[in-house]
Write a protein that binds this ligand. Structure first.
Ligand SMILES: *Cc1c(COP(=O)(O)O)cnc(C)c1O
Length: 396
């Protein structure tokens, strides 16, 4: 199964990455071991020289992790995956592999907060320059490029603004300038957006979100297109040590089986929720790629197979209204993170983006009344009823 590349997406979700194991289990066993016994000294030497296939030490390679990595790689249509301890470990692996002192990176302004912090406060110590742009405006990408720009890093749809970057146009331009393009595909998952089709070089995910989908694992993955890039990334990941463990890999692999089903239900639930919010008197505006009012609705249609489970909206009542809404929801869980089966709600100005400061938030489009909703796979009438009763509590 593992090497059949002709399967359709829904079948890869179920069968992807599964190899042949002793006793013929239909799911990969959890090889909960740190190390692997050699047959004899010649076998150990052959493994270290790479002359034979096999396993040495779990930080380097483990069958349970490898199975999950192969599954994600197949779903993205890539060559291989690299399982990481978290989404941030994946970001770190990619950026430290691709950048060196003297390089410049152009990055979407609406990237995941810690990604920006990593670039601005850690990579800068090693001589990496950066420019953050509203990547949905192609002109901003174009004018941010310098002769030493080697990486264009995109996140689309953006967090939490859900602005959409035209991947194909950005890739063409970056490749023309000999820069590599990296995309954080966490918000859509390969079920809804397949960046390799637009020529992207490296894809990464926080598997904590939609890939695992059950809010019970922290993990990340990098997917690459060829052997050369794979070996480069693997070398860095293995030395930095931010690998995922076998049990979490097993859980993610299990979650992948329902990825397609879940993404369909997230999308099916999100549209009526977005429509309700759009009509609601307490709500100023709603951003959801599936709404015709989304400024890049047409681009979304071209880039996404469906619209996913992330919605953001602005309350008329600003910060105070945001606090009231957070304190009034009962069914929607007041929690950060996203992409799980349960509906989660959060208020970026008082939570995820609090420490950014008001000015930086506004520059990134994160206004005081902005609310981010990760719509789950429950019965949508329960989600809507809860939002309606909670919005009612906002009095001004
Ligand atoms: C959560 C998230 C990350 C970081 O992932 P962790 O697993 O929390 O380290 C990176 N990018 C995006 C878009 C995310 O939502």
């Amino acid at each position: 199964m593992a090497h059949n590349n002709n399967l359709k997406f829904d079948s890869i979700c179920v069968h992807g990455g599964i190899g042949d194991y002793e006793f013929g289990p239909v799911v990969p066993p959890i090889y909960q071991t740190s190390t692997f016994r050699f047959k004899d000294s010649a076998h150990g030497a052959a493994l270290f020289k790479g002359e034979v296939d096999g396993y040495i030490y779990t930080r380097m390679k483990n069958p349970t992790i490898e199975a999950m990595e192969n599954a994600v790689a197949q779903l993205e249509g890539g060559f291989k995956g690299l399982g990481c301890a978290s989404g941030m470990a994946a970001v770190n692996t990619v950026l430290t592999t691709l950048l060196k002192s003297g390089d410049h990176i152009v990055c979407s302004r609406s990237v995941y907060g810690p990604t920006r912090t990593l670039v601005e406060t850690v990579l800068s110590k090693f001589g990496v320059e950066s420019t953050f742009v509203n990547s949905e405006n192609f002109n901003e990408i174009e004018s941010a490029f310098k002769p030493n720009t080697t990486v264009l890093y995109l996140e689309t749809p953006g967090n939490p603004t859900l602005s959409i970057t035209d991947i194909e146009t950005a890739v063409k331009f970056a490749h023309d300038k000999n820069a590599l393009v990296v995309i954080d595909n966490t918000f859509m998952s390969p079920a809804l957006q397949q960046p390799f089709k637009f020529g992207v070089d490296v894809i990464l995910h926080s598997m904590t979100k939609f890939l695992n989908g059950h809010a019970d694992v922290v993990g990340g993955v990098v997917v690459v297109r060829d052997q050369e890039m794979y070996l480069k990334m693997r070398k860095v990941l293995n030395q930095l040590g931010g690998v995922i463990d076998p049990f979490n890999s097993f859980l993610v692999h299990r979650g992948l089986k329902t990825l397609s089903l879940r993404m369909k239900k997230h999308t099916e639930n999100s549209l009526p929720v977005a429509e309700l919010l759009e009509k609601h008197p307490k709500v100023k505006w709603v951003r959801y790629p599936g709404l015709k009012s989304h400024p890049q609705y047409e681009l979304g249609l071209k880039q996404h197979k469906a619209f996913g489970g992330m919605i953001s909206f602005e309350l008329n009542g600003g910060y105070k209204a945001g606090e009231i809404l957070m304190n009034s929801v009962k069914f929607c869980q007041l929690a950060v993170s996203l992409g799980g089966v349960e509906t989660l709600i959060q208020h970026p100005a008082s939570m995820t983006h609090l420490t950014m400061g008001k000015e930086a938030r506004e520059e990134a489009g994160i206004t005081d009344g902005l609310v981010r909703l990760s719509v789950g796979i429950e019965d949508v009438t329960d989600i809507i009823a809860d939002l309606e009763q909670a919005l009612q509590k906002i009095t001004d």
